[in-house]
Design a binder for this molecule. Structure first.
Ligand SMILES: [Zn+2]
Length: 512
């Protein structure tokens, strides 16, 4: 992991050629579900800046940073959708554009060289700057993205070039915004802001409206509404790297707000949360505070939050979360599997409690069957991996919990305790299960080769993990070994682990 500072990037909000100004159509894309970062999200074409982007002259642009961003936006638009927004290229045929694209993609020509060779020019007048958004620090991958509104040239039709993108389509901005509101698509705040802004038409004050929110001028985005009524509010916490933040969720209706995991022990973060919740509470009341599990990075801010509210809010958690916390936090309502947490008002939201131990004994998930939204706590997260640390952690039980989550019928979004939302939950859970079973197979074959202590097993199996993380990996190995022991496949003699059936090379394939 190389630090967490945002990388320069650019994105294009592409408008259809001579689109209806009252109901403009925009081209949005769906990111491939294979992508580790925001896979399955709806977004606009764009990407990270190349060093050579800055070598392209941009007409009518005096700012070199802006010029590099325009050059990056133009290149990404060309690479991802085949649309070339240049001056001097009006007479290029579709075939010629494709051949240029091939020159670029094959590396035969760099972007600056290609433009120069074909006498094509970029002009800042073709790229309307509509904001610069910075990915909040809760993500390991962060971008400082310049957004430009661009009119698609006549006679050019965007076409998704397979790779990072799965699909793309023209859609009226109003319909795109409705689809997000209905929970049919998942998108990050700048995308939602753009379709909402465009849905009011291409008015004279369009750019002012784009720039009217402070987040469009690089202010840190705190309110992240991946899905309507579910606000992710990342709080800085002393959590496990690579995560630096724990997601607090604020679920709201017209009347009530439910707070999940106000976990920061830091005063400035508690203050930020309090101020934000105050805005929501201007027209609503707090329904309760729900804790997904007992780890400090999920519960450390409960007290401060209660103090801020003045009157105590109800605190709810599983009894196996309440018990270890009893000295510090008063839990008022014990939640059991299949209990329902309801929010009054509109829309009506009912969250079914799922007791999903494994990471922690009292771990719960909250499932909104109506929209297919699962608050997955620390069982599945959008960043880093989940630590199973015995005796609180139990690998066998954890895998059962993952399978239970996998069996939910219409899961469409998972909101985890750390990192961005997960737009393709089934795929992610499958990856988690496969990863654990793969580790388990490797651990078992290490035992069969006579590698017997947790430290030795880590050295052999966790070659992809930095030595700094080895103590944590040893805990995970222990969790795997205890599972194998329970299944009669391994046993221990003092500090050394041995296989029960030597010579067996593979675990039975686990069929989901
Ligand atoms: Zn945890």
């Amino acid at each position: 992991m190389t630090g967490n500072s945002p990388k320069d990037a650019a994105a294009v909000i592409l408008l259809k050629h001579s689109t209806n100004t009252e109901a403009p159509e925009v081209f949005w894309v769906c990111r491939s579900e294979k992508l580790a970062f925001l896979g399955g999200f709806h977004a606009f074409p764009g990407g990270q800046m190349d060093a050579s982007d800055a070598d392209v002259p941009v007409e009518h642009c005096v700012d070199s940073e802006a010029a590099a961003a325009i050059s990056c936006a133009a290149r990404e638009l060309f690479e991802e959708l085949g649309v070339l927004v240049v001056r001097g290229g009006e007479l290029l045929t579709k075939g010629q554009r494709l051949s240029l694209l091939d020159d670029l993609e094959s590396g035969r020509m760099t972007w600056p060289r290609l433009l120069e060779h074909y006498e094509l020019r970029l002009d800042a007048n073709d790229f309307s700057f509509v904001g610069r958004w910075v990915t909040p620090p809760f993500s390991a991958r962060r971008f400082d993205t310049w957004f430009f509104v661009v009119h698609c040239p006549s006679r050019q039709e965007p076409q998704v070039i397979p790779g990072e993108l799965e699909s793309g389509e023209w859609i009226s901005a109003a319909e795109a915004y409705e689809r997000w509101k209905r929970g049919e698509v998942v998108a990050v705040p700048p995308t939602v802001h753009a379709i909402r802004t465009l849905s009011k038409g291409l008015t004279d004050d369009l750019i002012e409206r784009f720039l009217s929110v402070p987040e469009a001028s690089r202010q840190i985005v705190r309110r992240i509404e991946f899905r309507p009524n579910y606000i992710c509010f990342p709080l800085r916490t002393p959590t496990k790297p690579p995560a630096t933040h724990t997601n607090c969720y604020l679920i709201y209706t017209s009347e009530e707000v439910l707070v999940v995991d106000p976990g920061s022990p830091y005063e400035d973060e508690q203050q930020a949360l309090a101020e934000f919740v105050d805005q929501l509470l201007a027209e609503r009341r707090i329904s309760e505070i729900v804790l997904t599990h007992m780890h400090p990075d999920h519960v450390a801010g409960v007290d401060a939050f209660q103090r801020h509210l003045g009157s105590r809010a109800l605190v709810s958690a599983h009894r196996m979360t309440a018990a270890p916390l009893s000295k510090t936090i008063q839990v008022d309502r014990l939640l059991e599997d299949s209990d329902v947490v309801r929010l009054r008002g509109s829309p009506e939201i009912s969250l079914t409690v799922m007791h999903t131990p494994g990471h922690a004994r009292g771990h719960i998930c909250l499932y909104d069957q109506g929209t297919g939204t699962l608050l997955s706590g620390d069982n599945v997260v959008g960043l880093g991996s989940v630590l199973i640390d015995p005796p609180e952690g139990d690998m066998s039980v954890y895998l059962d919990s993952l399978r239970r989550m996998r069996s939910l019928p219409n899961l469409s979004l998972m909101l985890g305790g750390h990192g961005p939302a997960i737009a393709r939950p089934y795929r992610k859970i499958d990856e988690y299960i496969a990863h654990r079973l793969e580790r388990e197979g490797a651990i078992l074959s290490a035992l069969q080769d006579g590698v017997g202590t947790t430290a030795e097993i880590v050295a052999r199996v966790y070659t992809d993990v930095s030595p700094k993380a080895h103590p944590m990996a040893e805990r995970a190995v222990l969790a795997h070994l205890e599972k194998l022991e329970a299944e009669g496949l391994a046993h221990r003699e003092c500090e050394t682990w041995l296989p029960v059936t030597p010579g067996r090379t593979k675990l039975p394939v686990d069929v989901l």
